[in-house]
Ligand binder design. Sequence first.
Ligand SMILES: [Cu+2]
Length: 158
Amino acid sequence: MRSWSAVLLCVGIIVGASWAVQASVQLKGFWARPAGKAIPSAAYGVIVNTGAKADTLLEAASPQAGRVELHETVRDMTGRMQMRKVRQIVVPAQDSIVLRPGGLHIMLYDLTQALRPGDTVQLRLRFAQAGWQQVACPVGRPPRPERPLQKERHEHQH
Ligand SMILES: [Cu+2]
């Protein structure tokens, strides 16, 4: 098991290094779908590219899943929605890509254990420019969209 821990150490160093350099890719509002151990889960969120160059998501990995794939959902000839593996996801410069149910998403196969609401999935995404980026995905429902600040209600009582 010594070689395996050496590999993990290397991954840690690489991930740490990519954090040290301010990456132009930000991962926001990530969450994962609850799933039993025998059922695949999926992760969603927003990839924001604040850089001047387009970046490309090349692969994803998680210590909690044996296999992680990039997927899209498409309508087939008969009108049914089907999932399909994609090789990469391009994030244009100064733009963002939304991963959501019914659209692009990250599929988690061969879970090491069931994912229940309140659990957290550690996800790593590898970008062509930004390298490996890590994000913690709470298991549960999608986070509530940010709402504009509501005007304070003033009630005058005389
Ligand atoms: Cu899928």
